[in-house]
Ligand binder design. Structure first.
Ligand SMILES: [Zn+2]
Length: 393
């Protein structure tokens, strides 16, 4: 059985312009079996089915975070902590972080780099019901160059054979996708600079082909403008960060942006909830440049998906709404950011069973106090969260 009929003032079915006023959703055994007006469903659904009425509330699809690191603690030195914590203790901390994300309304996360494939273990516990948390897509060990970005996670590769072997190891560990650190990154100051490529265009093509041979997609960490172009040409599905860096500062290239759009590559422009502080520290000139390239990409029609990079310094696991507020501060509409957080992220991740509320989809949904289409802060007032029909208790 496990049926429940949930009703509220609004149901955002997704995309965000599809709204039912005084609507209801019938959950049956983990799946959505009906969506309609509360009046309709209340009469058609058997009286014995439990009802949850949420006056003043909105039911919407569960949120998706496409870029997290459960193995990192969001403290000042997450690398050191992750590397020096006993695996059992780290696994417990990761389970706790996953639960925090679920409580913030996040029903699906994509983990883009962990240690010892601990996310796969947690994924299994959540699937079997022995742990509570969002659905996890795990990249396990990111591929990186020797001495490169996040090399301490164990994915350093140089030759083509090493690339193939690491991908095989990840597949055997249960990876849902492959992550490549295509350029340098801020967390690894001893590695290549953020704009510098860590792999050649041929190697990136090999990584995509090898992942595809195992039926997996590739997410590429790409800060450098050249690297972005090479990743798109190689066939990666999502670009992480995509900050258009060069040795001479930020350089946006409309031709490359066009190829991102034409190749249907999604951009996960990771922003943590504490973006205001981050921008302040960057200073007006650099933060203006960062904002300008996001606006340029939006005007070019680039598809954004949502990611908090939770786990890196300052990026908390319980502030998903803060990330969406950043995009609203740049002029994105509420509907646009809600779609980014749900239907568009699901699509970019290749998930066809979540991100919208229609019959047959997994019952991944949140109930908010208020309406996020008129007041985004409603996302901070979570009343209920269901993941595959299971309520968070
Ligand atoms: Zn990351």
């Amino acid at each position: 059985m496990n049926k429940v009929l949930i009703s509220a003032d609004h149901v955002i079915c997704g995309p965000a312009d599809q709204v039912i006023d005084h609507g209801a959703v019938l959950v049956d055994n983990g799946v959505i079996s009906a969506v309609g007006t509360a009046a309709e469903l209340d009469t058609s659904v058997d009286e014995s089915v439990p009802r949850r009425h949420c006056p003043g509330g909105t039911i919407m699809p569960g949120l998706i975070d496409c870029h997290v690191h459960l193995a990192f603690d969001a403290g000042p030195d997450p690398i050191h902590t992750a590397a020096h914590t006993h695996p059992d203790k780290l696994a417990a901390a990761m389970a706790d972080r996953a639960k925090k994300m679920l409580a913030a309304g996040v029903t699906t996360i994509r983990d883009l780099g962990d240690r010892d494939a601990l996310t796969v273990t947690l994924r299994t516990s959540i699937e079997s019901g022995t742990a509570t948390g969002p659905r996890i897509l795990a990249a396990t060990t990111p591929l990186t160059s020797r001495g490169g970005h996040c090399g301490f996670l164990g994915g350093e590769v140089t030759t083509d054979d090493e690339i193939r072997a690491q991908i095989t190891r990840n597949v055997e560990a249960g990876a849902d996708l492959i992550k490549v650190m295509a350029s340098g990154g801020a967390l690894t100051p001893s590695g290549p600079r953020m704009w510098e490529a860590q792999f050649s265009p041929d190697q990136l093509r090999l990584i995509v082909a090898e992942a595809a041979r195992h039926g997996l997609r590739v997410a590429a960490h790409a800060h450098g403008t050249d690297t972005i172009a090479h990743c798109v040409a190689a066939g990666v599905r999502t670009l992480e960060h995509c900050s258009w860096r060069t040795a001479d500062g930020i350089v946006y290239d409309p031709e490359i942006a066009r190829s991102i759009v034409e190749n249907d590559v999604a951009v996960c422009r990771c922003v943590s909830g504490d973006w205001r502080l981050f921008m302040e520290q960057m200073g007006p000139e650099r933060s203006d440049a960062l904002i300008k390239v996001i606006q340029n990409m939006r005007e070019a029609g680039v598809q954004f998906i949502s990611g908090t990079d939770a786990g890196v310094p300052g990026a908390r696991f319980d502030d998903y709404a803060g990330m969406l507020e950043f995009f609203v501060s740049l002029g994105f509409s509420h509907a646009e950011v809600l779609d980014m957080a749900t239907i568009n992220s699901a699509r970019a991740l290749g998930l066809t069973d979540t991100g919208i509320l229609t019959p047959g989809m997994r019952a991944d949904l949140v109930v908010l106090d208020g309406n996020p289409l008129t007041e985004l802060r409603a996302l901070r007032r979570i009343q209920h969260v269901f993941t595959a029909g299971r309520p968070l208790t």
